[in-house]
Design a protein around this ligand. Structure first.
Ligand SMILES: *Cc1c(COP(=O)(O)O)cnc(C)c1O
Length: 434
C-alpha cells in the first residue's frame, strides 16, 4: 500500500487524495504542476501544540519563534502572528518578508553566522527584539554601529554546547566543529560575553543554542538545557552580564519515513520546559525567559508537492526512472544530502505499490532526484505524482536553475483554498536582467 506520513491528508468520495479537505487533482488542474499545497489547519495546530506544552510546563515567560528559513512568504507571517508565534530570521531578506507580512519587530529574533553591517543596521532600524550575536567580530561591528546610533540593542549569543544530537552530519550544528556560534569548551564563549558585558553600547540578555535538526528524542534537549544553564550560572558569578534569556533553538523531528515516530510537539515542548525547570532548580537559578525556535516541525508535515509524470524509463535489471515536471529546483534536499520523500499518487492513493523507482527531476544534473527507492504504484506519463511532508526547506530552498520558474503555493483550510504565492512567470525570470 501507498503510505501516508504527513498530516492533513484524506480521501474524497471520488477516491482522490485531499489536503485540508480540498481535492489534490482539482487543485493541480486549476493551478498546474508542480504545485506546493499547504494545509493551514495543520500549521495552526502545530503552533498551538508547541505553545500548549510550554503553557502547561513553564512558569516563567516564554516565546516560540518560528524559524523563517524553513518556510518564508508574507501570508505565512499573518497566520503565525494570529497563533501567537514570534519569528526568527537569518537575513535581511527574511526580515523584510516578516515585516511585510505584518510581523511586529518586537517578536523577531535576528540570527546568522555572518550578518552584514547593512543587515545589522536594518535590524536596528526595524527595532527587532533580539540580535543573536555569533562571533567576536560581529560583536565589535554591532557595538560600533550601535555607538553611532546611540540606541542600546539587547543581544544574546549563539553558543555551541558541544552536543552531538545524533543527526545527519551536514545538519548537526551544536558540535564544536561547526561554523555557528561560540565554543564553550575553549572558553571562547565566556571571553566574548565578558567583552560584551564591558561595553556600554549593548546589553547582553541571554544565550542561544541550536543543536541540530530532525532530532527525535528529548534527551539532546535535556542535555542542552543542563549545559546552557550551567554556563548561565558560571557567568552569573562574573560581573556585568546577568543572562536571563535561554533560547534552546529548534530541531524537532518530523515524519518523512513511515518508520519515523516523532514525539508529539506538545510533549516535546513540555519536556523542554521541564528540563529547563529541573536544571534551573538544581543549580539554584531563577527560571530564565525561555525561547524555542521550531521550523521544520511547524510547517513540514503540512506540505504536499504535486508533480505531473512526463516519462517512465525502465532500465531492465537496473532501475526505473520516473521523471516529473519539477526537481531539485523546488526540492533540493535529496540532491543536497540524500533526503527521502514518501510518494503518493493523488488520483489513486489506494492503488497498490508495484515497483521501486527513482523519482527524477527535469534539471540537467544527474543528482537531480526527488527521491531514490520510492515505492510507487503503476504510474504513466500524464499521471499526477506527489511527495509528502514538503512544507519545510523546499520552497525556501528553491532556485531557478535551468531557468525553471518556481511553483506557486496554495493554502487550504477546511476546504477553502487561497493562492498564497503565485507561479513565477518567464517575465519574473528576467526581472533583474539589465
Ligand atoms: C535551523 C534553525 C532553527 C530551526 O530548525 P528546525 O530543524 O527547522 O526546527 C532554529 N534556530 C536556528 C538558529 C536555526 O539555525
Amino acid at each position: 500500500m501507498q503510505k501516508i506520513v504527513m498530516q492533513g491528508l484524506g480521501q474524497n468520495s471520488a477516491g482522490h487524495l485531499t489536503v485540508g479537505g480540498a481535492s489534490v487533482p482539482e487543485l493541480a488542474k486549476h493551478y498546474g504542476t508542480p504545485l506546493y499545497i499547504l494545509d493551514e489547519g495543520v500549521i495552526r495546530r502545530n503552533c498551538r501544540e508547541i505553545l500548549s506544552g510550554l503553557r502547561e510546563g513553564y512558569k516563567a515567560p516564554f516565546t516560540v519563534a518560528f524559524a523563517s528559513k524553513a518556510l518564508c512568504f508574507t501570508r505565512l507571517y499573518g497566520l503565525l502572528r494570529e497563533e501567537g508565534m514570534g519569528a526568527d530570521v537569518v537575513s535581511g531578506g527574511e526580515l523584510y518578508t516578516a515585516l511585510k507580512g505584518g510581523f511586529r519587530p518586537s517578536d523577531i529574533f535576528f540570527h546568522g553566522n555572518n550578518k552584514t553591517a547593512a543587515e545589522l543596521e536594518y535590524a536596528l532600524d526595524a527595532g527587532v527584539r533580539r540580535i543573536v550575536v555569533d562571533n567576536a567580530e560581529e560583536l565589535e561591528l554591532l557595538s560600533a554601529i550601535a555607538a553611532r546610533r546611540g540606541a542600546v540593542p539587547e543581544i544574546s549569543f549563539r553558543i555551541k554546547p558541544g552536543i552531538d544530537a545524533h543527526t545527519h552530519e551536514f545538519i548537526a550544528t551544536g558540535k564544536i566543529d561547526s561554523k555557528f556560534g561560540l565554543a564553550l569548551e575553549t572558553g571562547e564563549a565566556a571571553e566574548v560575553i565578558a567583552r560584551a558585558a564591558s561595553l556600554k553600547t549593548l546589553r547582553v540578555v541571554g544565550i542561544h543554542c541550536h543543536i541540530g535538526s530532525q532530532i527525535f528524542g528529548t534527551e539532546p534537549f535535556e542535555h542542552a538545557a543542563k549545559v546552557m544553564l550551567t554556563f548561565m550560572r558560571d557567568m552569573r558569578e562574573k560581573p556585568g552580564a546577568p543572562l536571563n534569556e535561554l533560547n534552546l533553538g529548534g530541531g524537532f523531528g518530523i515524519r518523512y519515513l513511515p518508520s519515523h515516530d516523532p514525539v508529539t510537539l506538545a510533549d516535546m515542548s513540555l519536556k523542554c520546559a521541564e528540563s529547563v525547570t529541573a536544571a534551573a532548580n538544581e543549580l539554584g537559578l531563577p527560571l530564565p525567559e525561555l525561547v524555542l525556535e521550531p521550523g521544520r516541525s511547524i510547517t513540514g508535515p503540512a506540505g504536499l508537492t504535486v508533480y505531473t509524470v512526463g516519462s517512465v524509463k525502465k532500465i531492465p535489471d537496473v532501475n526505473t526512472y520516473v521523471a516529473v515536471d519539477g526537481g531539485m529546483t523546488d526540492n533540493p534536499r535529496c540532491a543536497l544530502y540524500g533526503a527521502y520523500y514518501e510518494p503518493i499518487a493523488p488520483e489513486r492513493p489506494d492503488a497498490p505499490v508495484t515497483q521501486t523507482a527513482v523519482i527524477a527531476g527535469r534539471c540537467c544534473e544527474s543528482g537531480d532526484v526527488i527521491t531514490r527507492e520510492a515505492p510507487l504504484c503503476d504510474v504513466r506519463a500524464g499521471d499526477l505524482l506527489a511527495v509528502q511532508a514538503t512544507g519545510a526547506y523546499n520552497y525556501s530552498m528553491a532556485s531557478n536553475y535551468n531557468r525553471l520558474p518556481r511553483p506557486p503555493i496554495v493554502m487550504v483550510r477546511d476546504g477553502a483554498v487561497r493562492l498564497a504565492v503565485r507561479r513565477e512567470t518567464y517575465g519574473d525570470l528576467l526581472a533583474c536582467d539589465q
